[in-house]
Write a protein that binds this ligand. Structure first.
Ligand code: ZN
Length: 346
């Protein structure tokens, strides 16, 4: 019995090694026939049962059957391995490893963010500091301190989303001018980018939530020429060399004198015939925003003497800059989250 057990153990071990070594289905079949076939090794052992004492025969038969069952299990596993290797080989033959891979989708910097960053970079190179602040502000910072008292009609055009009777989502980034001037003495040179909110209905040119980039310079002897120089440089930074800047007289409560700022149409460079250019309508100019010399009342409000200090400020809508820079026909596309659209703009 012990001898039989040892014999079966050895047989199984050899069978296992042969099955593992078999490459391909035919080789494995040969192993099966050699061990488990009609004239195979197991049959030879089974024939020896007759030579055993009668009492040992049932035990010997069971031991052989158990060994056969284990070998058949082992055979199945070996067959599965052979099949899997065959599939792998087939796949390997069908894969062209030199074929260009499908690149994973990568995001890109949002065009609005890019314009803000480039604008800030430009001003930082000229010694300006970037300041950011609250998006909800008391009406004092949004209006009163900017020379817009509560009965002033221009509040209407800046009206926004009121959170309480006295706090509202800021309609412009100008509160940061007041906050900065309250905390520091001149010279002041800041650029303030950020979100703004107005009660505008959505259309191709308006969003109720948008971004502004605003600048303020206050020091001795600051004049309009400095403003024109800095804004011309900014336009060249954002739209390319050769850009020019034009001021049109305007009115804002917080600047005096005030101006609307235009730059040369980046599409037609001002050379389009009347009505031909879809970006500027043939005028040759596109509007960027407002600017002017800081109103003496604003300087007084923060404790600066307007006879000593003067300064300029400007505010541009970032999405409006984007319309011109990227020649986009509808401002709502900037908030549409279309990756294909956004990835084109850089
Ligand atoms: Zn044009």
């Amino acid at each position: 019995m012990t001898q039989l057990t040892q014999l079966l153990a050895e047989l199984q071990e050899r069978f296992g090694a042969d099955a593992d070594a078999a490459i391909g289905e035919q080789a494995l079949e040969n192993v099966r026939v050699a061990y488990l076939g009609r004239n195979g090794e197991v049959t030879k052992i089974r024939r020896t049962i007759g030579t055993l004492p009668a009492a040992e025969r049932p035990g010997a038969g069971k031991a052989i059957n158990d060994a056969v069952a284990a070998m058949e299990e082992r055979l199945k596993a070996a067959q599965a391995a052979v099949e899997s290797r065959a599939v792998d080989a087939e796949l390997a033959a069908s894969i062209d490893v030199t074929f260009p891979a499908i690149a994973p989708a990568a995001g890109s910097i949002h065009p609005v963010r890019r314009i803000i960053e480039e604008s800030c970079d430009y001003f930082m190179r000229h010694g300006f500091a970037v300041v950011v602040g609250p998006e909800a502000e008391p009406d004092y910072y949004n209006f009163d301190a900017l020379n817009i008292p509560s009965d002033h009609p221009s509040r209407e055009s800046f009206d926004s989303f009121w959170l309480t009777d006295s706090v509202l989502l800021r309609p412009h980034t100008s509160p940061m001018q007041i906050r900065t001037m309250q905390e520091h003495r001149p010279p002041i040179a800041i650029v303030a980018p950020g979100k703004c909110f107005r009660r505008d209905a959505l259309d191709a040119r308006h969003l109720f939530q948008f971004h502004q980039v605003e600048g303020l310079l206050v020091a001795d002897d600051i004049h309009f020429g400095h403003l024109k120089g800095m804004l011309t440089g900014l336009c060249r930074e954002l739209f390319g060399s050769g850009q020019r800047v034009r001021f049109r007289p305007s009115y804002f409560p917080f600047t005096e004198p005030s101006a609307e700022v235009d730059t040369t149409c980046p599409k037609c460079r001002g050379e389009s015939a009347e009505g031909r250019c879809s970006l500027c309508g043939g005028s040759g100019w596109i509007e960027l925003g407002g600017a002017g010399m800081v109103h003496p009342n604003v300087l007084r409000e923060v404790g600066y003497d307007p006879d000593v200090y003067s300064g300029w400020a400007f505010g541009f809508g970032v999405e409006r800059l984007g319309l011109a820079r990227y020649r986009v026909d509808d401002i709502r596309r900037f908030i549409s989250s279309e990756p294909d659209f956004l990835a084109q703009l850089s």
